[in-house]
Design a protein around this ligand. Structure first.
Ligand code: HEC
Length: 251
């Protein structure tokens, strides 16, 4: 299958080159910021700097083995705020299903006595003497909720596919790359995009899928980098090489 390519990046008019280049550079910058944002939000999820499989698991699957916030705080920074028997009673209550009866009979009194001095008075920390607020503290960390994932998934699919549509379109005007390679490089990001979004849901369900999130994200960043750099090179550097003294000067 041989086709004549009428339109190449090197021969574009100046305004088309500046238009394409402006778009590609802003998209490239956007991808860098997206990467930085992922490092800053998900990257710290496991408490350590740098993105790891654990971060992905904590973000999407949650830390279900780590127990509720109440229990982890009572074993951590809140440890000294109540005598051991009170702490243990609260932990047992939370881990045995946090019944309303026990809350009414005992736990709420303990909370009033030991926790309320700060938690009912200091602004900025949750008022756990209030049962609905306490309910939030005893929920297990299950990662992203389905409603958040649904919202983020559709925004991500629509938004990113626009990026790859135009980047890929510009890239199809490159020269010196076989049609088959161009077809693969420009369409593979869409596949990775689906892998990426699907892997969020799979990781929410089973943490073993966390590595797919990394592969998906890495895959389309790599193909975007190839397309952006190839296109910029062919628009601005290649024509100068062609115009080297052995060739007749360009008009
Ligand atoms: C001396 C004041 C003080 C007392 C007493 C106190 N807390 Fe706290 N608590 C804080 C502060 C300050 C924070 C926020 C910093 C942190 O998370 O360590 C906090 C955070 C928490 C959190 C996490 C809230 C969140 O949304 O991150 C929980 C749960 C908690 N405390 C439970 C308790 C319980 C249960 C008690 C009673 C046994 C208690 N605290 C007693 C000051 C106190």
């Amino acid at each position: 299958m041989k086709e004549i390519q009428r339109f190449t990046l090197a021969d574009l008019t100046l305004p088309m080159k500046t238009l394409f280049s402006g778009y590609l550079m802003v998209i490239g910058l956007g991808l860098l910021f997206a990467g930085a944002q992922i490092m800053m939000t998900h990257g710290m999820a496991d408490g350590k700097v740098g993105l790891s499989v654990d971060d992905i698991i904590y973000s999407y699957h949650g830390n279900r083995e780590g127990g509720s916030k109440l229990v982890s705080k009572l074993n951590g920074s809140m440890k000294d705020n109540a005598p051991p028997e009170v702490r243990l009673a609260m932990i047992k209550w939370a881990e045995s299903g946090a019944s309303q009866e026990e809350w009414d009979e005992k736990i709420s009194m303990d909370v009033d006595q030991y926790c309320a001095p700060c938690h009912a008075n200091m602004p900025g920390i949750p008022n756990i003497t209030d049962k609905p607020v306490m309910d939030e503290m005893i929920k297990l960390d299950e990662g992203q909720s389905p409603s958040t994932l649904t919202r983020v998934s559709h925004i991500h699919l629509f938004g990113i596919s626009f990026i790859f549509f135009f980047v890929g379109w510009i890239f199809t005007y490159a020269t010196g790359i076989s049609q088959m390679k161009k077809a693969i490089i420009s369409s593979v990001p869409f596949l990775f995009l689906i892998v990426d979004v699907l892997s969020w849901w799979l990781t929410k369900w089973n943490p073993n899928f966390a590595w797919l999130v990394i592969i998906g994200g890495f895959g389309y960043s790599l193909s975007a980098a190839i397309m952006i750099f190839t296109a910029l090179y062919q628009m601005w550097i290649l024509p100068r090489r062609k115009a080297h003294p052995v060739d007749p000067p360009m008009q």
